[in-house]
Design a protein around this ligand. Sequence first.
Ligand code: DGY
Length: 321
Amino acid sequence: MQKPLIFITRKIPDEIIKPYENHFQFKMWQSEDEPIPKDVLIEEVKRADGLLCLITEQVDEELLQQARHLKIIANMAVGFDNIDIKAANEKGIIVTNTPDVLTETTADLTFALLMATARRITEASNYVKQDKWKHWAPFLLAGSDIHHKTIGIVGMGRIGEAVARRAKGFGMEIKYHNRSRNEQAEAELGATYLSFDALLREADYIVSLIPLTDESKEIFNEQAFQKMKRSAIFINASRGGVVDEQALIRALKNEEITAAGLDVFTEEPIASTHPLAQMENVVCLPHIGSASMETRYKMLSLCLRNIQAVFSGEKPITPIT
Ligand code: DGY
């Protein structure tokens, strides 16, 4: 019997697929960096029984219509706004994501971004490297304190809780907003639930960790930025689409907020000419929340374990329902 054909949309290390080669035939897009063009992916999807894809692939109705044999789409990400889940489910295709394995790593990066923005780390490093450092001065590159300030986490899921644990270690006051109350975070971390508007008004650091959905699209808009303190620092480590980027640019230019730390953008990648990349008080990262070697291996391995489960007739480990 022919082994099921799994198409992988990026070149990944052979050692990751090796343990599965007895069960599957693998075909990969042969680039580590460049995403596969949509028309090529459509051709591959016509033949594939399983698809391991990344957030750079839009798995939409147009693509799914061509999927004749596809049983599973294993998305190498916890977020799945790149996939039309409804269309996949209507075709009986299982979709999985990679929660849990990336929680702590993404929380590390989120907190690092908050610290880098508050204490102007990239700006200060560039200052030295560009030979601007001539003297010590009382307010040279003075930023904002982190300890004992108020963090406002929007989206208190697994990553939100992990960020809150880090904030607790810094003696921060923890406020959060979420679709539903997170009683565990309240009991264990002393987190206080606030309405979205109250959180915007009270927090020194507003940290976005909410998934991109129809409801969360551009919730950080002009009105939201106007409600924040002038000293507020905005951190986004979820999806660019939850922010009205033009409104954020205006809020920063008009000094309605102090700074922003961004790992994600509406359109990725952004160029160095992008207004946000041009601002000294904005730290821009290339969507690297979960990018540690260990975690990226774990994410790929979880994708393959999900694929194996489905072809063995078992329940996938991390289905999107
Ligand atoms: C995710 O997991 O959703 C990240 O954004 C990509 O690693």
